[in-house]
Design a protein around this ligand. Structure first.
Ligand SMILES: *Cc1c(COP(=O)(O)O)cnc(C)c1O
Length: 409
């Protein structure tokens, strides 16, 4: 049986067309894009084309607003550091409790090493940002507000355009980590207030180790990496031409399919959720129903442990995740679910299913075939579940009486 991959927010398969677009730049076209001879100008051309494809995916006004980096992490780190260094009179970062570690760890590092004030804004049970707290936190001391476009664990989408407007009222820059949004939902920066945006190749069927940082024209910028004059002096280091060519191809493919794929993937995701909620007691979908990425579903199973569920799923040939890939393997509950105040009885049992354009209706059928059995088996071994649900009745089974949607919006 073909294994089913439902962990696309951790990484995606590099599409075969992307691999094909990369290959020549490992062999015949090996030149350095900065060289003035033909070997160089050949590859300079592909870097330019790739930049235009990323520009088009983002709806950016100018191609030189796109800087190639080594990925989402570098883009996120660079954005925060640049905002601070370009505005030495401002010493505060405003961000959220649900960001990726590429923002949260780096902000913590800046606090420890530079005394930067880091203000973390909380979210409600739907994952929605406390906008009043966000507005209150912004002030003349704020260098940058950084809020992700969409959350990697729950898929919650944040109102980044509105948030960018508030940041500007305080004279601050606005950055968004759009690693999970880019390629999945439309982005149009042509008339946007967003100053900086991060994306990553391997989250949109491109290669790993390549990404981009969008910096709106006119925004003051300080590089993280210093050395050669690559990327107009904004990111030193010989260009990773094969990966840049791959990212360009991935952006081109994603942009062409975004409208159709959004709808297709959303209907698969919704069928998965409906099936689970109907068939499995004690299951809850985490996050608001509306403002969510079409591909992401975080479902938690009361009184169960996600590691045990994942293990059984894996035996059935299904790969999912317990949340952020960086946190799995440790028994720490996810910082995102904790910030959402997910009830303690459901905190350990969260499974993230993240789909991609490669998933089929048959994949969802398979999950719906095996998951109810896995969960009822684990529930039958969970003393807490049995205490709560079997006392005096037989709540077990597929009646779905206990299923509910947590925090429906
Ligand atoms: C994966 C991810 C990153 C990190 O990107 P890399 O290219 O793996 O460094 C940052 N932010 C979010 C939201 C992500 O999902």
């Amino acid at each position: 049986m073909r294994p089913i991959y439902l962990d696309n927010n951790a990484t995606t398969r590099t599409s075969p067309d992307v691999v094909a677009a990369m290959l020549p730049f490992f062999s015949e076209q090996f030149g350095n894009a900065s060289s003035t001879h033909a070997f160089g100008s050949e590859v300079a051309g592909v870097v330019r084309d790739a930049r235009r494809h990323v520009q088009a995916l983002l709806g950016a006004a100018h191609d030189h607003e796109v800087i190639f980096t080594s990925g989402g992490t570098e883009s996120d780190n660079t954005a925060l550091l640049s905002a601070l260094e370009a505005q030495p009179e401002r010493n505060q970062i405003v961000t959220t409790a649900v960001e990726h570690p590429a923002i949260l760890s780096f902000a913590a590092y800046l606090r420890q090493t530079r005394g930067v004030e880091v203000t973390m804004i909380g979210v409600d049970g739907n994952g929605r940002l406390d906008i009043d707290a966000y507005r209150t936190a912004l002030g003349p001391q704020t260098a940058v507000a950084s809020v992700m476009w969409a959350n990697n664990e729950t898929g919650t989408i944040y109102p980044v355009e509105e948030l960018a407007g508030y940041a500007h009222e305080a004279g601050a820059l606005f950055h968004t980590d759009a690693v999970q949004a880019a390629g999945k939902i439309p982005i149009d920066l042509s008339s946007s207030a967003i100053d900086m945006l991060s994306l990553s190749g391997h989250k949109l069927h491109g290669p790993k180790g390549i990404g981009a940082l969008y910096v709106r024209k006119g925004v003051k910028f300080k590089p993280l990496l210093r050395g050669g004059r690559q990327e107009r002096g904004r990111r030193a280091g010989t260009e990773n031409v094969p990966a840049i060519a791959g990212l360009g191809k991935a952006a081109e493919i994603a942009a062409a399919g975004i409208a159709e794929e959004q709808t297709r993937v959303r209907s698969l995701r919704d069928r998965l959720e409906q099936g689970v909620l109907q068939q499995i007691g004690g299951s809850m979908v985490i996050g608001g129903r509306e403002e969510r990425l079409p591909n992401t579903s975080s479902i938690t199973f009361e009184f169960l442990d996600s590691e045990a569920i994942l293990h059984k799923l894996e035996q059935a040939g299904i790969a999912a995740s317990s949340g952020s890939a960086c946190a799995s393997g440790s028994m720490e509950p996810s910082h995102v679910l904790r910030a959402m105040n997910v009830p303690a009885t459901s905190l350990q049992g969260a499974i993230r299913f993240s789909l991609s354009r490669e998933n089929t209706p048959q994949d969802i059928d398979r999950v719906l075939n095996v998951l109810p059995g896995i969960i009822s088996h684990l529930q039958s071994m969970s003393p807490l579940w049995r205490e709560r649900h079997e006392a005096g009745s037989s709540a077990q089974g597929s009646s779905g009486g206990a299923a509910h949607v947590f925090a429906q919006s």
